[in-house]
Design a protein around this ligand. Structure first.
Ligand code: KG4
Ligand code: ZN
Length: 402
C-alpha cells in the first residue's frame, strides 16, 4: 500500500556517504551513514580526492541499504533528493551524478537541496516525529559544523509550520492522495557567518595540534569536562566589526582562526611540543582509544587548555546567537550541525534559553552530524511545491542559502 510520500535522500557533501528514506517529511524510514573517518583520520582532516573516491565506492551499496531498511525499492519511492552544495566539489558531484542517473532511469522527480537547509530541517523532522506542533516562527538557526558556522533567520513564507487541513493548501501527491502542504516555501536570511574557520574546524585543528587525532570535536568535548575552563583566559574570538547600525550585517559574524593560533602559541610558550608528540604516538598506537586512554594521555595543563578553548568557543556562539535573537526577535532557536552534538554548547544554550524564555531545539546526536534523512526531509516541501530540478543543474561547492 502506498502511504504518504517517500523521498530517497542522498548526501555526499563532505566525508559521509549517506542515504535515507523519509516519509512525508516527518517519519524516518531508514538513515544509512557510511563514515570515511578511518580513511581521513591518519591525515588529521578530510582529504578531498580520497573523499570523492570513497563516495564512488560507497554510494550504490549505501542507497541499496537505505531502500532495503525502509522496505522500499527503486520503483516504489516517489522522488529523489540530493545535496547540491555547499561542500567539496568532487564529493558533491558523486551524489549529484548518482541521483540524476537514478531519477532519469526511474523517471522520478529530482529535488536539489542545500546542505545547510538540510541541517535546519533535521530539527524539524525530529520535532514532527515526536508530534511537536508547537514550534513558533521565525526560527533563528545556528548551523555549526566542520564546514559552516552560519546564523539564519528562517521563515516559512506566508504560512504556519503545519497548516491545518484546508482545501486551498491541498496538493496532489504521487499516488493521488491529497497531502497538506507542510510549511510551503521557506525563506532564509543570512544574519552572520564565519569569516575564516568554522567552529568544528577549530575543534579539529586544535585537537590535531594537541596530538588528539581526528575528528577533534567529540574528544575535546569529553576531555574538557576534566579541565578548568577558566585556567587560560583566551579572549573571545571577536572579530573586528564596524559599529552597529549601517554595517550591522557584520555584527553577528564569527571568527575562529584566532583562537586556534592562540592555542598554538600557548603550546609553544609552555614548551608542550615534546609532550604533544609523545601523546600523538601513544594514542596512534591504540586502534580505537577509549575516553580513559585520552584522559591518561593528558596532563592537567592540557586538560585546562582544552577546557578553556571549548569555553571560549561555546560562549562566543551562545553570546552572538543571543544578541541576534535580541535584534531579530525569533520565536524559537535551532542549534544544528556537527558541533550541535557538543554537550557544553547544549548545556549553555539550554541555560540561557530558559532564562530568556526562548525555546531552543537541537537534533539528536545521530541527526546533528551529516546524514541524508535531513536532505529527504528538507525536500518534502519542495516536492509539494513541485520545485523539481532539471537535469542540467550541477553541484555547487559554494551554494548560498536564501
Ligand atoms: O555536520 P558535520 O558532520 O559535517 C560538516 O558539515 O562539517 O560536522 C562535523 C564537525 C567536525 O568538525 C567535528 O569535530 C564536529 O562536527 N563535532 C563536534 C562534536 N561532534 C562532532 N564538535 C564539538 N563537540 C562535539 N561533541
Ligand atoms: Zn554538515
Amino acid at each position: 500500500m502506498h502511504n504518504g510520500v517517500h523521498i530517497l535522500g542522498i548526501e555526499s557533501s563532505c566525508d559521509e556517504t549517506a542515504a535515507a528514506v523519509v516519509r512525508s517529511g516527518e517519519q524516518t524510514e531508514s538513515n544509512v551513514v557510511l563514515s570515511q573517518m578511518a580513511t581521513h583520520g591518519i591525515y588529521g582532516g578530510v582529504v578531498p580526492e580520497l573523499a570523492s573516491r570513497e563516495h564512488l565506492r560507497g554510494i550504490a551499496p549505501v542507497v541499496r541499504q537505505a531502500l532495503k531498511e525502509a522496505g522500499q525499492d527503486y520503483r516504489s519511492i516517489d522522488a529523489i533528493a540530493v545535496t547540491r552544495g555547499p561542500g567539496l566539489a568532487g564529493s558533491l558531484l558523486v551524489g549529484v551524478s548518482y541521483a540524476k542517473a537514478l531519477a532519469f532511469s526511474l523517471e522520478k522527480p529530482l529535488i536539489a537541496v542545500n546542505h545547510l537547509e538540510g541541517h535546519i530541517h533535521s530539527v524539524l523532522l525530529e520535532e514532527k516525529q515526536r508530534n511537536n506542533r508547537e514550534i513558533g516562527f521565525p526560527v533563528l538557526a545556528l548551523v555549526v559544523s566542520g564546514g559552516h558556522t552560519h546564523l539564519f533567520l528562517c521563515k516559512p513564507l506566508g504560512r504556519s509550520f503545519e497548516p491545518k487541513s484546508n482545501e486551498a493548501l491541498m496538493h496532489r501527491a504521487g499516488d493521488g492522495n491529497a497531502m497538506p502542504a507542510a510549511g510551503v516555501a521557506w525563506k532564509y536570511e543570512l544574519i552572520g557567518r564565519t569569516r575564516d574557520d568554522a567552529a568544528g574546524e577549530a575543534y579539529d585543528k586544535v585537537a590535531k595540534l594537541l596530538g588528539l587525532g581526528y575528528p577533534g570535536g567529540p574528544v575535546i568535548d569529553r576531555l574538557a569536562k576534566h579541565g578548568d575552563a577558566r585556567a587560560v583566559p583566551f579572549s573571545t574570538s571577536q572579530i573586528k566589526h564596524r559599529e552597529r547600525g549601517a554595517e550591522s550585517a557584520n555584527f553577528f559574524d564569527f571568527s575562529f582562526s584566532g583562537i586556534k593560533t592562540a592555542v598554538l602559541r600557548y603550546v609553544e610558550l609552555n614548551a608542550m611540543r615534546d609532550q604533544v608528540e609523545a601523546r600523538r604516538k601513544k594514542l596512534g598506537a591504540i586502534p580505537k582509544p577509549s575516553s580513559q586512554d585520552y584522559l591518561d594521555a593528558c596532563d592537567r595543563r592540557t586538560l585546562d587548555l582544552v577546557a578553556s578553548f571549548q569555553h571560549t568557543v561555546v560562549e562566543d556562539l551562545v553570546t552572538k546567537t543571543m544578541k541576534a535573537a535580541e535584534q531579530f526577535q525569533p520565536a524559537t532557536i535551532f542549534v544544528t550541525g556537527g558541533v550541535a552534538a557538543n554537550s557544553e554548547l547544549r548545556r549553555r544554550f539550554e541555560e540561557v534559553s530558559a532564562q530568556r524564555g526562548l525555546p531552543v531545539y537541537f537534533p539528536s546526536l545521530r541527526l546533528a552530524t551529516d546524514n541524508a534523512a535531513m536532505i529527504a526531509a528538507a525536500a518534502y516541501p519542495k516536492f509539494l511545491m513541485q520545485e523539481f530540478a532539471d537535469f542540467h543543474f550541477s553541484a555547487d561547492a559554494s551554494l548560498a542559502l536564501r
